[in-house]
Design a binder for this molecule. Structure first.
Ligand SMILES: C[S@@+](CC[C@H](N)C(=O)[O-])C[C@H]1O[C@@H](n2cnc3c(N)ncnc32)[C@H](O)[C@@H]1O
Length: 213
C-alpha cells in the first residue's frame, strides 16, 4: 500500500480538519492507485485542506492535478452554535465562515500549492460546469441528503470507468452518525456500476466498473 512521504504526513497531521490518520492513509493509497489513470483527482469538501494535502501529494507523484471544491462557508454542523463550529475560521468583516485563508495557509506550509486547483463554489454548480473526465472522486462535502445526493449526481457522471469513488463518513448504524453518505454509498453499490475495494472505518473505496449511477 502506497504511503505518503513523512513531510506530507506531518503536514496532514498538523492541519485543521476532520480526517483521522487511519482513514487518511487509506485515502492516500486509493488516490495513488487512481492517479495511475493519468486523469485529475477531485475532492468535494476542502474545508481547511487537511485531506487535500494527501490528494495533492498523490497527484504530484503522478503528474496530474488535484482539484478541490468548496464554497468555504461551512456545512450545517460547522455553523455557530453547532457541534463542529470553529470561531477562528469566521471572517469578522462579513460575519460568515471563510475557510479559504486557512486552506491556503495549509497548502503553502505543506509546499503543495502548485499541485492543487481550488474551485470555490457550490458543488452541483461546479459539477455542471465541469467538462472533463476524472480518475478519482472523493465525496466529503455537506452531509445532508440534499448535499450528498447533489455531490453524487453531479460528479459521478464525470468519473471514468476504472476510476475510484471514495465516500467519507459512511455509518451503517445511525447511532454512529448521519445516514446521507451511507445512502449514496448504497446507491453506488446498487447501481451495479461499482465494486468495493476497501473499507477503513467510515471511509469506503469503490471502483467504477461500468456505466450507470
Ligand atoms: C466535513 S468538511 C470537509 C473536511 C475535509 N475534507 C477535511 O479533511 O478536513 C465539509 C466541507 O464541505 C463544504 N460544503 C458543504 N456543502 C457544500 C456544497 N454544497 N458545495 C461546496 N462545498 C460544500 C463545507 O463548506 C465544508 O468545508
Amino acid at each position: 500500500m502506497a504511503t505518503p512521504k513523512p513531510q506530507t504526513l506531518a503536514a496532514f497531521e498538523a492541519a485543521k480538519g476532520f480526517m483521522p490518520v487511519g482513514e487518511g492513509l487509506a485515502l492516500y493509497a486509493a488516490a495513488t492507485d487512481a492517479a495511475g489513470l493519468g486523469l485529475p483527482l477531485l475532492e468535494v469538501g476542502t474545508y481547511c485542506g487537511r485531506s487535500t494535502i494527501l490528494l495533492a501529494d498523490a497527484a504530484r507523484e503522478a503528474g496530474v492535478p488535484a482539484l478541490t471544491v468548496d464554497h468555504h462557508r461551512g456545512s450545517e454542523e460547522q455553523q455557530p452554535g453547532w457541534e463542529y463550529h470553529d470561531p477562528t475560521v469566521v471572517d469578522p468583516e462579513v460575519g460568515l465562515m471563510d475557510t479559504l485563508p486557512a486552506f491556503r495557509r495549509t497548502l503553502h506550509r505543506a509546499g503543495l500549492e502548485e499541485h492543487v486547483i481550488a474551485l470555490v463554489g457550490r458543488s452541483p454548480q461546479v459539477a455542471a460546469a465541469w467538462g472533463g473526465p476524472l480518475g478519482f472522486v472523493f465525496i466529503d462535502g455537506g452531509h445532508t441528503d440534499e448535499h450528498a445526493t447533489g455531490d453524487y449526481e453531479g460528479w459521478v457522471p464525470h468519473l471514468a470507468v476504472g476510476g475510484t469513488l471514495v465516500i467519507h463518513d459512511v455509518f451503517p448504524d445511525p447511532a454512529d452518525g448521519g445516514q446521507a453518505p451511507y445512502r449514496i454509498y448504497l446507491r453506488a453499490l446498487a447501481s451495479g456500476a461499482f465494486e468495493e475495494v476497501s473499507v477503513t472505518d467510515s471511509l469506503r473505496v469503490l471502483r467504477r466498473t461500468g456505466d450507470g449511477i
